[in-house]
Structures are given as structure tokens and as C-alpha cells.
Design a protein around this ligand. Structure first.
Ligand code: PRX
Length: 660
């Protein structure tokens, strides 16, 4: 996929309120130094963390690509995010501002402010509770919760014990949850009776129950009461959280486990090129070092700030930049439960005004959604507290950039688009207003952050010419990189480190302009970014072929004005079934139920044949070109393992079927 708008390489915006401005040459000069001495550079950042035991080796690169950062060092993520602040002047500072979604009347409105002192008490109590289940270092727990404070509290409590966790986005279905929990071999699941989304209750416990019937390893379930719906409780397996907490002493202290830098903090599943979702395993020391650097440099976080990242903690953005990043800095992080436009399109701006948000981190899809409602909704509110904006998840179109820059940024605050992925742990390419700021350009990701050596390669693994499309690569290890794919190191090697020798292949198309700014254009593989969320074609296709009417299926992403990209399916029906509008609807519902509501198909085309290469691989680019009406000439050289003639023929045949 590639963006379908022009890239304004030459435009330069210097926001009025920017400090730390440098010219591009100076940035690159200093940046080069940090990259040439990257181990020393990252060590200088890591030194700012409170280690229980200092590391002996900054980077163990003896077994690439299985790099280990800060080897010999010991620390604890919960201690760093909670204890040290609770034991300081920040004890009474608000750590988490939480706002619930229901807003119809005064009675429904809920806002919670949790201080570092209170957070300390809660994570200790929850750690005590988890320990009572016999959980210990090396175990994995599953977390399937809506955006409520218990979500970060359970994550932190697990880290306190050195127990790894695997959060599953609460919009995912029972099948998706079961698949992830089985792969992670989770021993316990934390879920809720339900969650609020767009004024409706999402029946999480019911979904979890369906998943649990397929989970082999989960023996216990803790159920947080959020919506107070009646739920089934399996005797001997399920317990309500509030009930359990009644027997936990109020001021209990659980010693934070001294974990190794390269121990596992969490496993987060993400869709990849092909095959099942992969568990990205993140370490403790490297991960926190990258978060520390980016909270300072990218977000310029200060003690006086209210910081709001609008992501869901179920995705990596929330792990890094709602929970661990801001809390490790002792910041006030805002967490909002529901839809940003519920009950009115200005809910998000009202949150900014109500809590005096200073730093705002959101997504292009959210911005495009707000644009549809018009400027008036934003203008109703005082947004003068905003001093910094960033976006993430997908390329931002210049129009969306300009809209938010004008209305929220009042054309004077830095506004960037931070590139990173679940794999990278934290931001790698972005403007860094907290360190050195170079001029903005609408839609760019800017230069790589300090210590990160990024480049754009051509098909042959050579640096691509400026302003020409190639593949994004990271040429040196960075802290925050995955340790491996959970239980599948071979896969880790093959997916990220084999496309080009010795460098990390991100799977994104990118362009570098003459100023050394990166412009990430979208995925070069079979990943679809729906509203910034990552979906693998495999997950959708395997859901489709489970349907009794479906013989074969191919799913591709096509551009969408609002969501960036959306999936469309091509389906070959089994004998005895005929295409119909009803079946189309049924298949769409089927996929949503099996994967989750984000997997909504824009269209289902019934065809009699799918274009395939000689090795039976579906020619996805051909399929995609047909839907978007791209000329066949643009795709003929792109398919591996098929001749130009074969691709042309397949294209024309498919086109005839789709149009016919
Ligand atoms: O294609 C890139 C896109 O999101 C992918 C990573 O998705 P995920 O692992 O879900 O993480 C999303 C949030 C970190 C990337 O391969 N992407 C992410 N941020 C940007 C982006 N594309 C363009 N601009 C961005 N700022």
C-alpha cells in the first residue's frame, strides 16, 4: 500500500511556540555522532534509570539478531513507575486521571484521579493478590480489560512480581483471545463484566467465557466489575476482583522482584506478513530506556504536564505511552474509557479543556473522523493548554495535519507523526521537540531520533535515492527491540532479519527526502492498517474459510478516506452455494464475530478463480490493483514467482469477473 496524496517535501513550518530549534544540518551532524557511538549514547540514557544493579555489558551482540541490552543489570519496571515517585514529593501528585465514557447525566459521569501514593497502595495489593495464586517470575497472565484503571494496575502489579503479561485488546473476539492465550500459555486471565463503548455495553465476560472454553492453560479468572451486568461465574475458576480484594490487607507491601534487564516484561501479539499473530517479547531494561528517551525528547514531558494519549492500552501505543512511558517519568497520564465522539462529536475536546491537557497524542483516523463533524465542535472549547501534538499508527495526510495544527495547535505548537511499531517497543522516527526541533512538514515522520540508524533500501538492499520509494530498515540494534517472537525464534529471524542481511526490515514502504526526513508510506506486506490498527490478511482469510459456504478467500486492503485502509474480500464459494447480498452480509458478520468489530469488510466479491503464482501464492497486488482500478502495468513486475504475462492474464480475468 502507498499513500494516495502528494508528499510536500519542500514545505517547512516553524511553529511559533517552538523552542530547541536547530537547522537540519546541525541535527544530522549531532545525530550522526549519536549513531556512531550508539552503545555509549544509549548507555548514557539508561544511566538515568534507577537500577538495582548496574549492567556489565551495554549490548550483547554475540548472537544476532538476538540482541540483549544492559546485560547483568537488574531493575523493576513497577518500582521505576510507581515506588520511586510514591516515595518522593510526587506522592500526592496525580498519576492517572481516568474518565469513564457514560455522560448522559450528572449521575453517570465518573472521573477518578489516582495519586502516585494511591497507585503504590493499589499495585502492592494487587501484586499480593496475584502472588496468592502462586504466580511467579517466568509465568504469563492474560489481561482482557476495557480502558479502566485496573488495566494499568494489573500490568504494573505483574511487573512487580516479574510475571509477564499479555494484554488482548478488548475489541477482539473470543477466537482471537483464545488463540493468543493458548500461544502465551497464560495461567490466569483478568477480565471484566463488560466495558462501555459508544453508549453500549461490550459483554467482555461473555466473550471471555467463550474463549475460556478453548483455553487449555488458564485455571483462574479474576473479574473486575465495571458495568455491573449479571455474568456467569464458573465455580472454582472465576472470582470477582472486589470480593477478592476484601481479604487483601490495605497497606501490604510486596517487595519488587529484581529482574534481569533482558527478562520479559510482556508479550504482545501482532499481525504479521503471513500466518498467526506473533507474540512480540519485550524486555525490561532496553524497553524502559527507549521509553525514557522518547518521553523526554519526543514528548518533552515536564512535571507540570497533563499528558493524554488517546490509544487503547490493548495496543502497543497504550502499553508504552499511556502506562510505562509517562508513569516512569512521574507524569500525569490521562486515560479515557470510550469513544472520542460520544455522546457528542466534541467529547475529545471537552476532555482536553476539562483536564487542561498539555500534550496530546492521537491518530490520523481519529483526526479525519473529527474533521467530518466540522470545526465548530472544536471551537466551542478552550484548547489553549495544548503545547505539543503527535500522531501515530498510520501515515497522516497533509489535510488532516493542517486541520488539527490550526484548530488544536493554533498554528504554533510542534506537531509530529511518530513512526514505530509493536516490534520496536517505542518511537524510532519522529520530531523531537524536547531535544532539537527541526522544521515540520505536513505528513512527514521527520528524521530518526538520536541513537537510531534508519534508512530506506531499494530492492537490492542498497540505500535508495532521495525521494524514491524503498523499504524502511533499521541498521543498528536499539533498546526496546524485541527479544524474539514468543516460542518462535526462527520466525523472528526470518521475518525481520532475512530480507536484507544484518538489518531490521520493518515491512514498511518509505521515502527519504533531501532533508533526510522520512515519510512512511504504508505496509509493503500483507498487513492492513484499519484505523491505525494492525490486521493480518491471514486472520481474516482463515475466519472466512471456516464458513461452510467458502472454498477459498483472499483479503486485501484498499484505501479509505476515513480509516486509511479497509479490508475487502474475494471469495470462491463451494459448490451448491450461490452469491447473494444476504450471504455477503452473513460473511461480513461472520468475520466480525471471529476477529472483532475492527475487521469489518468493506466489500465481498464473489469470484470463480483467484490469481495465483506458480507456487500457489495468491497474487495480492493483482487483487488489490483490480479493486482500486490501478493499471495492470503497475503490478506486473511486483509479483514474485509469476511471469508478466501470467500476471496480466490473471488481472484481466479477475477484472472481468469483478466488473461483470
Ligand atoms: O505501517 C506502519 C504504521 O503502523 C505499523 C505498525 O503498527 P503497530 O505495530 O500496530 O503499531 C502502531 C503504533 C506504534 C508500521 O509498520 N505506522 C505507525 N506509525 C506510523 C505509521 N505509518 C506512518 N506514520 C506513522 N507515524
Amino acid at each position: 500500500m502507498s499513500v494516495n496524496w502528494a508528499l510536500p517535501f519542500e514545505e517547512r513550518i516553524v511553529p511559533e511556540g517552538a523552542h530547541n530549534l536547530v537547522d537540519i544540518e546541525t541535527y544530522h551532524k549531532l545525530h550522526r555522532l549519536s549513531v556512531e557511538n550508539y552503545k555509549e549514547y544509549w548507555a548514557s540514557i539508561a544511566k538515568e534509570l534507577p537500577w538495582f544493579k548496574p549492567w556489565e555489558k551495554t549490548l550483547d551482540d554475540s548472537n544476532p539478531p538476538f540482541y540483549k541490552w544492559f546485560v547483568g543489570g537488574e531493575l523493576n519496571a513497577c518500582y521505576i513507575c510507581v515506588d520511586r515517585h510514591a516515595k518522593s514529593w510526587r506522592k500526592n501528585k496525580v498519576a492517572i486521571i481516568w474518565e469513564g465514557e457514560p455522560w448522559e447525566n450528572e449521575k453517570a459521569r465518573e472521573i477518578r484521579k489516582i495519586t502516585y501514593g494511591e497507585l503504590f497502595r493499589e499495585v502492592n495489593r494487587v501484586a499480593y493478590l496475584l502472588k496468592s495464586y502462586g504466580l511467579k517470575k517466568g509465568d504469563v497472565i492474560g489481561i482482557y480489560l476495557p480502558m479502566i484503571p485496573e488495566l494499568p494496575i494489573f500490568m504494573l502489579a505483574a511487573s512487580r512480581l516479574g510475571v509477564a503479561f499479555s494484554v488482548v485488546f478488548s475489541g477482539f473476539s473470543a477466537d482471537a483471545l483464545a488463540e493468543r492465550m493458548n500461544d502465551a500459555e497464560a495461567k490466569l486471565l483478568v477480565t471484566a463484566d463488560g466495558g462501555w463503548r459508544n453508549g453500549k455495553v461490550v459483554p467482555l465476560k461473555q466473550i471471555a467465557d467463550e474463549a475460556l472454553s478453548k483455553c487449555k492453560t488458564i485455571k483462574n479468572v479474576i473479574v473486575v466489575r465495571r458495568t455491573k451486568e449479571d455474568v456467569n461465574m464458573a465455580q472454582g475458576r472465576d472470582e470477582f476482583f472486589d470480593k477478592l480484594m476484601e481479604s487483601v490487607p490495605q497497606n501490604v507491601y510486596v517487595e519488587p522482584e529484581r529482574v534481569k534487564s533482558e527478562d520479559t516484561l510482556y508479550v504482545l501479539y501482532t499481525s504479521g506478513t503471513t500466518g498467526k499473530p506473533k507474540g512480540q517479547v519485550h524486555d525490561v531494561g532496553g524497553y524502559l530506556t527507549l521509553l525514557h528517551a522518547t518521553m523526554k525528547d519526543v514528548f518533552d514531558i515536564q512535571d507540570t504536564d497533563v499528558y493524554w494519549c488517546t490509544a487503547d492500552i490493548g495496543w502497543v501505543t497504550g502499553h508504552s505511552y499511556i502506562v510505562y512511558g509517562p508513569l516512569m517519568e512521574g507524569a500525569t497520564t490521562l486515560m479515557y474509557e470510550g469513544s472520542l465522539t460520544y455522546p457528542e462529536p466534541d467529547r475529545w475536546v471537552s476532555i482536553i479543556e476539562r483536564h487542561g491537557v498539555n500534550i496530546f497524542y492521537t491518530s490520523p483516523t481519529a483526526i479525519r473522523g473529527w474533521m467530518r463533524f466540522g470545526e465548530e465542535w472544536v471551537k466551542k472549547h478552550d484548547v489553549s493548554s495544548i503545547r505539543l501534538i503527535h500522531s501515530v499508527g498510520e501515515p497522516i495526510n497533509p489535510e488532516a495535519f493542517r486541520w488539527l495544527f490550526k484548530l488544536l495547535g493554533r498554528e504554533k505548537v510542534p506537531f509530529g507523526s511518530t513512526w514505530w511499531m509493536t516490534e520496536t517497543g517505542g518511537i524510532l522516527i519522529s520530531h523531537t521537540p524536547g531535544k532539537y526541533l527541526v522544521p515540520l512538514k505536513p505528513g512527514t515522520n521527520g528524521p530518526p531520533i538520536f541513537g537510531v540508524d534508519a534508512d530506506v533500501f531499494d530492492d537490492n538492499g542498497k540505500p535508495q535515492k532521495p525521494e524514491e520509494r524503498g523499504y524502511l530498515v533499521i541498521k543498528k540494534p536499539w533498546p526496546g527491540m524485541p527479544l524474539t517472537i514468543f516460542k518462535d525464534p526462527e520466525r523472528y529471524k526470518q521475518v525481520y532479519w532475512s530480507r536484507f542481511q544484518g538489518v531490521f526490515y520493518a515491512g514498511d514502504y518509505a521515502v527519504k527526502d533531501r532533508d533526510g526526513y522520512f515519510w512512511i508510506l504504508g505496509r509493503a506486506d500483507e498487513v492492513i492498517k484499519v484505523a491505525g490498527h494492525r490486521l493480518g490478511t491471514y486472520e481474516l482469510e482463515s475466519a472466512l474459510i471456516q464458513h461452510k459456504a467458502v472454498a477459498e478467500a483472499a483479503v486485501v486492503g484498499v484505501p479509505d478516506e476515513l480509516k486509511g485502509e479497509v479490508p475487502v474480500a474475494f471469495v470462491i464459494l463451494k459448490q451448491g452455494y450461490t452469491p447473494s447480498e444476504e450471504l455477503r452480509k452473513e460473511l461480513n458478520l461472520w468475520v466480525r464475530e471471529r476477529v472483532g468489530p475492527i475487521a469489518s469488510l468493506k466489500n465481498v466479491y464473489f469470484v470463480s478463480k483467484l490469481p495465483k503464482t506458480r507456487s500457489a501464492k495468491i497474487m495480492r497486488r493483482v487483487v488489490q490493483a483490480v479493486v482500486v482500478g490501478k493499471p495492470v502495468g503497475d503490478v506486473t513486475t511486483l509479483e514474485d514467482g509469476a511471469s508478466v504475462e501470467e500476471v496480466k492474464r490473471a488481472y484481466l480475468e479477475l477484472q472481468k469477473e469483478v466488473q461483470g
